[in-house]
Design a protein around this ligand. Structure first.
Ligand SMILES: NC(=O)c1ccc[n+]([C@@H]2O[C@H](COP(=O)([O-])OP(=O)(O)OC[C@H]3O[C@@H](n4cnc5c(N)ncnc54)[C@H](OP(=O)(O)O)[C@@H]3O)[C@@H](O)[C@H]2O)c1
Length: 322
């Protein structure tokens, strides 16, 4: 049975996604994340409920060394047969921080490191092991688009380069706000997904690169860094009504998780590479992403800056792109 690796597959929208991949699509899973205890507990639940193989992989996406170690472990599992064919990678882990700006051990702003840089490194190091017709799926967010209510709600995505954002606040200037950093981390993941698609097509690969927006989804751990009253209010039916009325893209913890599994595994989405899908009020739809996200020049620069930030060594560069 082929295997799908998912970051953040043990909580929030990841839970329903993992369950559907196991139950409906019959995939084995690799749960990758920074919380082995939580992942082990969910892995046991999945094994018992669906009889699939589930491996747990320690990988903190905010840490370049942790991603490298996690990928090395994953390759070992593929080599020794513990894990079957790698059919897809789902880059789903993400944070929206609150409070003071924080930096990772690599010295990068934590949101950009966790949501974007760690996943770019994961894909670069593992894409050569993905099966033909496999898929790379990126959990994005409608907040990346400044022309939508979603984008205005969180903080308008910043025009700065990823290098500036990863180092924001270090030059004694005021740092970019955490809302903008979140929105821009998601803009960057979409730019990266589209650039990956162009490079895969150019190389003749059959692998797909897909961006997916789960919509504003309550009941997940997404707002955990916010004050308790904000979390409570955001989960209330009044907030749901108000957001919907104001044109926010509304997700749902079960459906948004299921749709993430759908774009990853359903044959209907075999032509989905380079596209952006959205969970929107109970429906899975193809959607246009922001104007900026189609800027190919910006995407090329992002791709190159990213390689520098993740300290990609020549021998680490995916063969597919050489
Ligand atoms: N909920 C929404 O309204 C919404 C809207 C648009 C997009 N999204 C995106 O959807 C994705 C899933 O979020 P969610 O709403 O399901 O929230 P969630 O329940 O908080 O899930 C986030 C997952 O990311 C993992 N994670 C966080 N930091 C990590 C790190 N440094 N290394 C590895 N894993 C890490 C968490 O693991 P731990 O258990 O270890 O913390 C958790 O499993 C995120 O990318 C989020 O940005 C959410």
């Amino acid at each position: 049975m082929a295997t799908i690796l998912i970051t953040g597959g043990h909580s929030g929208i990841g839970i329903e996604c993992s369950k559907l991949l196991a139950s409906t699509y019959h995939y084995n899973l690799i749960l990758a994340g920074r919380s082995p205890e939580k992942m082990n507990e969910f892995a046991t639940e999945l094994r018992n409920a669906y009889g699939i193989k589930v491996s747990v992989l320690k990988m903190d996406t905010s840490s370049l060394s942790s991603v490298r170690l996690g990928v090395a472990e994953c390759c070992k599992m593929l080599d020794n047969g513990e894990v079957d064919t790698l059919q897809a990678i789902i880059c789903n882990a993400g944070i929206r921080l609150n409070g003071k700006i924080s930096y990772t051990a690599d010295g990068y702003e934590e949101t950009i490191a966790t949501n974007y840089l760690g996943h770019a490194l994961l894909v670069e190091l593992l894409i050569d092991r993905v099966a033909e017709n496999g898929r790379i799926v990126f959990t994005a967010s409608g907040t990346h688009d400044p022309d939508t209510t979603d984008g205005k709600m969180m903080g308008i995505a910043a025009e700065y380069s990823v290098t500036e954002l990863a180092n924001t606040g270090k030059d004694s200037k005021k740092p970019v706000s955490l809302g903008k950093l979140y929105a821009t981390s998601k803009l960057d993941i979409i730019l990266y997904a589209y650039e990956l698609d162009r490079r895969l097509r150019k190389s003749g690969s059959s692998i797909l690169s897909i961006a997916y927006d789960p919509g504003a989804t309550s009941g997940t751990g997404f707002l955990r860094s916010m004050p308790k009253p904000v979390q409570w209010l955001a989960g209330s039916s009044f907030a749901h009504w108000l957001m919907k009325r104001n044109g926010v893209t509304m997700g749902d913890i079960v459906l948004s998780g299921k749709f993430l599994a759908t774009v990853t595994a359903n044959p209907k989405y075999a032509n989905g590479s380079g596209k952006y899908f959205q969970s929107n009020d109970g429906n899975l739809i193809e959607q246009k992403s922001s104007k900026l996200s189609y800027d190919e020049q910006r995407a090329r620069k992002l791709w190159n800056d990213t390689k520098t930030l993740i300290h990609l060594q020549p021998n680490e560069e995916a063969k597919i792109f050489r």
